[in-house]
Design a protein around this ligand. Structure first.
Ligand SMILES: OC[C@H]1O[C@](O)(CO)[C@@H](O)[C@@H]1O
Length: 502
């Protein structure tokens, strides 16, 4: 139940607010999961991509190139391009009007996009719908992870933030199941699959009226009293002075006249900026979306029947959701680095073995035997499992907790857009890569995994349990490499910038 002005929120209401915000993740995940299944439905291909349909009918089962069509790829990837641009506008809305308002705007774009998609009668309408959905993703993915990290109690900040990725994976799974059912409904199954995204979009719309604004955003925008009151309500205690003061200090720093972009370009902003961007670039170059977008297509390509391919991607979807739960349980206990490094080992091994099996077997016999096919699905599950408890959620968590308030929304927009850009590149390129590199595409991603392991070992500090407002002193200034950037800020006259004291 919601409390009156000076009462605390009930525990279930606080948790409900986390869940409502995380619906933004569900929308994102649904959009990710739906495109692969829809593009393997014949009715959909006949209507929008007749050329691809003809190629598919005449191609051999293991032809790596049968889906490599730029327009099919554009259907999947246009969403990410739109999201890439929208996240910067989203960051402005987020700092000027708050996280809650940004989520509301996201839900409106989502609803518009879903309507166009489900009603599409031509390629233009279809792509336009995907672009509107992309704008929703840009706004939603900017606001939701920040909302969750700011509203969460420090001790469980990691776990609360990971609700976003948990809902992303749930959205992907629901989309896979719906694709499986909708594929049987001729000729309108694809409309059902695309249109059902309206359900979470509507829930987010209603929910964004229910949740409170984060105390940080309220204080940052000058509503200090209201911010303190909200902090007391969500922490369910009057005793919030310490946290309130640290947000207030951070907010006063952010009131300096320099634009947040100039502040982001200062040397002292470099550590979070580089890490925020690289976490997202690496998350995508694990190759996860090669699996997520194209699992049914990929499995058909290596010789699974259409049904077996869809079922395998549903199995992968379950593994993805349940392994994300592992991360919720462990991230605030074992820390971020341990999860990331373990996953690098597991992902590297599974990618290499899948690559070897496909390279050897498809060359010799042209398709996989029954046992080998099951083996490949198991290996892909092991790969997805480790991604899901590491780079998946931490790609969002770490960027949302490392930026000081004064550059938080702008810095986070760079991280979101890096994710969108790389997702776009992989969505656009993967089928062509598969067509040209064949099974070697798995070795390409394995090489990236080595690079990201080294990055974690040398450049990624542990942020578990550190209050967001204390990252500078407790993390960056203590790190062997990043500390070199912390004392080098100069103002326009070349004078060293002094830290403000309160
Ligand atoms: O669970 C996998 C999904 O998670 C993401 O990396 C987002 O965090 C998506 O790009 C991917 O499809």
């Amino acid at each position: 139940m919601r409390g009156a002005e000076n009462e605390f929120y009930s525990k279930p209401f606080v948790v409900l607010c986390w869940l409502i915000a995380a619906i933004g993740g569900l929308m994102f995940g649904y959009d990710i999961g739906i495109s692969g299944g829809v593009t393997s439905m014949d009715d959909f291909l006949i209507m929008f991509f007749p050329g691809v349909y003809a190629k598919k009918k005449h191609a051999k089962e293991n032809n790596y190139c049968k889906y490599a069509d730029p327009y099919v790829q554009l259907f999947t990837s246009s969403l990410y391009l739109a999201a890439l641009c929208a996240s910067f506008i989203g960051s402005k809305v987020c700092s000027k009007y708050g996280r809650k308002m940004t989520m509301l705007v996201a839900s409106i774009f989502y609803l518009l996009g879903v309507t166009l998609n489900a009603a599409a009668n031509g390629l233009v309408m279809l792509i336009l719908g995907r672009i509107l959905l992309g704008v929703g993703v840009g706004f939603g993915n900017e606001a939701v992870p920040l909302f969750l990290s700011e509203i969460a109690p420090i001790k469980i900040r990691g776990a609360v933030n990971i609700l976003f990725q948990l809902f992303v994976t749930t959205g992907i799974l629901i989309a896979n199941v719906i694709n499986y059912v909708a594929a049987e409904k001729h000729p309108w199954g694809w409309r059902l699959a695309l249109g059902l995204a309206g359900v979470p979009a509507f829930m987010l719309l209603v929910g964004s009226f229910v949740i409170p604004e984060t105390p940080t955003s309220l204080i940052e925008r000058g509503h200090e009293e209201k911010g303190k009151l909200t902090l007391q309500k969500i922490r369910r205690t009057k005793n919030v002075e310490e946290e309130y003061q640290s947000i207030l200090t951070a907010s006063r720093l952010s009131q300096e006249t320099q634009s947040s972009f100039s502040k982001l370009m200062r040397p002292s902003s470099r550590p979070p900026l580089v890490i925020g961007i690289m976490m997202q670039v690496f998350q995508q170059f694990t190759g996860i979306n090669a699996i997520m977008f194209y699992a049914p297509v990929l499995f058909q390509t290596v010789g699974f029947g259409a049904n077996a391919a869809l079922i395998s991607s549903v199995i992968i979807g379950f593994v993805n959701v349940f392994s994300t739960l592992v991360s919720i349980k462990t991230v605030d206990k074992f820390g971020r680095r341990a999860l990331l490094l373990e996953a690098c080992c597991q992902m590297f091994l599974t990618q290499v073995v899948v690559g070897i099996i496909l390279a050897v077997r498809l060359k010799i016999t042209g398709s996989l035997g029954h046992g080998e096919a099951i083996g490949v699905v198991i290996l892909v599950c092991l790969y997805v499992m480790s991604f899901a408890w590491s780079w998946g959620p931490l790609g969002w968590l770490i960027p949302s907790e490392i930026f000081p308030l004064e550059i938080r929304t702008t810095g986070f927009a760079f991280a979101v857009s890096a994710n969108m850009l790389c997702t776009f590149v992989i969505a656009q390129a993967f089928l062509s890569m598969l067509c040209h590199m064949h099974a070697f595409v798995f070795f390409f991603f394995a090489a990236w995994i080595v690079a990201m392991g080294l990055f974690v070992i040398f450049l990624l500090p542990e942020t578990k349990g550190v209050p967001i407002e204390e990252m500078v002193d407790r993390v960056w200034k203590q790190h062997w490499f990043w500390k070199n950037y912390m004392d080098r800020d100069v103002d326009a006259d070349g004078q060293k910038v002094k830290e403000l004291e309160f």
